[in-house]
Write a protein that binds this ligand. Structure first.
Ligand code: TXA
Ligand code: MG
Length: 353
């Protein structure tokens, strides 16, 4: 049964959060209720990470299968030792370098931590976010906060409070509205439990930056179908999907733009409304053939990341029948963008040139 409740929304200053909304939100967390809050990556749907029943409400609210584990958010290093055990020295090195920030570490779970946070696995994913609202909330609650992204399962992650409400109204007790999140893509998830640290999900902290701290970190690129996905949490292919089917074009830029234009024309001849996710400079090549969302300048991957999920949601709101998107390379944030776009497209990738 879905978790249902009446949703309240409190505006909050993202740089200097007011005490009263934080106090009320923290009280709700301690009571075992759900609070959505901004982090610098995306909005999280939070519950007391030490309360198994509260964690269960997250799965029900998101309509998420209880096979996909949730991240525990902390505000100080003492909570790391509370949640995890046998922490390898490399994990502390990464934490020291990138926390607070867009990095999540998968570690061995400490005894006494509710197993349903990690769907019964022996591990737990931990992140110390940098966003002042997230930090203030965790501190005031006095407990780590379990939080997946605050979207319905398989929808694009929420980067504004409006996105949270579109997906989760009446399924979350309170939404702290701190405006749009900065990064716009989720954290990088690194599994520290094997011999070699491995990136399970590329995200806000890029691989080259991880490598400045630990040399032997590797990137796992693996996508699974729904039936397989329990053995590899978070690797499921259908994810971040808007309602309209997405086609992703990859190859030399000029060839990509020509192929996208031809595809637009074909869809239009079929009477379909086409949505396009483009860089600013691409727009004049394709502008008149569909509903265009410009994500930012070609080389400004921060801007493109910041606008990606909002762009997918915007095209859904415009009721397009199909979405055409293009690749932004694999360098830096490009790896995370590629991951999210391939999943939004459910693997429907066209190679041109
Ligand atoms: O930026 C973020 O990471 C956001 C904000 C709210 O912190 N959270 C987020 O949570 O994206 P979620 O639940 O949507 O994604 C968490 C990812 C999933 O890919 C999940 O499979 C993986 O982390 N994960 C969580 N716990 C894990 C574990 N114990 N072992 C392996 N992967 C885990
Ligand atoms: Mg998510």
């Amino acid at each position: 049964m879905a978790y249902s409740t009446e949703t309240r929304v409190f505006p909050i200053n993202p740089d200097n959060p007011e005490a009263e909304p934080i106090r009320i939100a923290a009280e709700l967390i301690r009571e075992g209720r759900l609070v959505a809050f901004p982090t610098e990556t995306v909005y999280g749907l939070g519950a007391n990470a030490l309360d198994a029943e509260a964690i269960d409400k997250i799965y029900r609210a998101k309509r998420r299968p209880a096979s996909d584990p949730v991240i525990a958010h902390i505000s100080d290093m003492a909570q790391l030792d509370q949640l995890a055990q046998n922490i390898p020295p490399k994990a502390y090195e990464l934490a020291n370098a990138f926390w607070p920030g867009a990095l999540t570490l998968v570690l061995q779970r400490a005894p006494g931590i509710p197993p349903n946070i990690a769907t019964g696995l022996s591990t737990v994913a931990i992140r110390m976010p940098a966003h002042p609202v997230a930090r203030a909330l965790i501190q005031a609650a006095g407990v780590p906060i379990a939080a997946p992204s605050a979207n319905t399962f398989t929808h694009p992650s929420a980067t504004t409070a409006e996105h949270v409400l579109t997906d989760l109204r009446d399924h979350v007790d309170l939404v702290l509205d701190g405006g749009p999140t900065h990064i716009g893509l989720e954290s990088t998830v690194v599994d520290m439990t094997g011999d070699i640290p491995s990136v399970l999900r590329p995200g806000g902290v890029v691989l080259d930056d991880l490598k400045t701290i630990i040399l032997d970190v590797e990137m796992i690129e693996r996508y699974t179908s729904e039936s397989e996905h329990t053995s590899a949490p978070g690797q499921m292919l259908k994810h971040y999907s808007p309602k309209a089917p997405v086609t992703l074009f990859t190859g030399p830029l000029y060839s990509v733009l020509i192929a996208m234009k031809e595809s637009c024309q074909m869809h239009k001849e079929r009477g379909q409304r086409v949505g396009l996710l483009l860089a600013e400079e691409d727009c004049h090549h394709l502008g008149e053939v569909g509903v265009v969302v410009s994500l930012g300048k070609r080389t400004d991957l921060r801007s493109i990341s910041h606008h990606l999920f909002a762009g997918l949601r915007e095209l859904d709101a415009q009721h397009v029948d199909v979405i055409l998107a293009r690749d932004f390379g694999r360098a830096g944030l490009g790896a995370a963008l590629w991951d999210r776009l391939v999943r939004a497209a459910e693997g429907n990738v066209i190679k041109v040139g």
